[in-house]
Design a protein around this ligand. Structure first.
Ligand SMILES: NC(=O)c1ccc[n+]([C@@H]2O[C@H](COP(=O)([O-])OP(=O)(O)OC[C@H]3O[C@@H](n4cnc5c(N)ncnc54)[C@H](OP(=O)(O)O)[C@@H]3O)[C@@H](O)[C@H]2O)c1
Length: 226
């Protein structure tokens, strides 16, 4: 499948690597390819420059957000939450009816320092804002509830015995995303139904910060026990 990953941070890189490993044809999108490839310093999070990552992942192509958007039968939003709607517009989502968009973003507001708060919460979510902005897209929220390294490698933790929630308004899109997640090794995909469930999935970030603080590791997730 042709996949357009919008975002070059930890999430974009991990998902690009995971999709390519599963045999998908991946283009990663960025604002400015030359600027991205010429950076030599680690990013503010201490990640190696993208060019160093890319030299070890030559099966992943790099393009502008527009090029990644045009390439992908499925798009993944792995961009800064406050920029996501603009990036999806640049990626051509307004002119791509029925496109599945897997939204991994969080609505982080760092203006008050650490810990961050959320710039949309309670009665709305970033995923719903994206869906309202692009009503013909099929937005599925997934992956935002965990650290990047687990997203396509659930086996890194507890032998993969933990859960991943998803939600979205389109039943078929949710089914397709659940199948994709299973192909990455997720055995317990918890389908929460329509996109209003993204309010809880995004607010989970506040709980996740507590888990991170308590365990001292970002490699932490929840298992839903019935
Ligand atoms: N890191 C994690 O473990 C994790 C886990 C769960 C969810 N998330 C969420 O996933 C998303 C991606 O996170 P991340 O840590 O990989 O990276 P990030 O630093 O949040 O986002 C990086 C991407 O956002 C783009 N971007 C930043 N500012 C922009 C602007 N003003 N206009 C357009 N694009 C802009 C960057 O574009 P360029 O390529 O041009 O620089 C880059 O592609 C975020 O919403 C984050 O909250 C992260």
């Amino acid at each position: 499948m042709k996949v357009g990953i919008l975002g070059t941070g930890n999430v974009g890189r991990t998902l690009a690597e995971g999709f390519a490993r599963e045999g998908h044809d991946v283009v990663v999108g960025t604002r400015d390819v030359d600027a991205l490839m010429s950076r030599t310093e680690p990013d503010p999070m201490g990640n190696p420059p993208f060019s160093a990552w890319r030299s070890e992942h030559e099966d992943v192509a790099v393009g502008t957000f527009a090029e990644a958007g045009a390439h992908g039968e499925v798009l993944v939003n792995a961009t800064l939450g406050s920029a996501s709607i603009d990036v999806l517009r640049e990626a051509g989502l307004a002119d791509a009816p029925d496109r599945i968009v897997i939204d991994a973003s969080n609505a982080l507001d760092h203006s008050g320092g650490f810990p961050p708060s959320l710039f949309v919460v309670n009665t709305d979510s970033l995923a719903e804002r994206i869906q309202r902005e692009f009503p013909d897209a099929r937005v599925v929220k997934a992956w935002n509830t965990m650290t990047a390294s687990l997203m396509t490698n659930p086996g890194l933790l507890a032998g993969g015995d933990h859960s991943i929630p998803i939600c979205g308004n389109d039943d078929d899109a949710r089914r397709q995303v659940a199948d994709l997640l299973r192909s990455f090794g997720w055995h317990d995909v918890v389908d929460l139904g329509d996109l209003t469930a993204a309010r809880g999935m995004e607010a989970y970030l506040l709980f996740w910060l507590g888990l991170y603080g308590a365990t001292g590791s970002p490699l932490v997730n929840t298992k839903i026990v019935r």
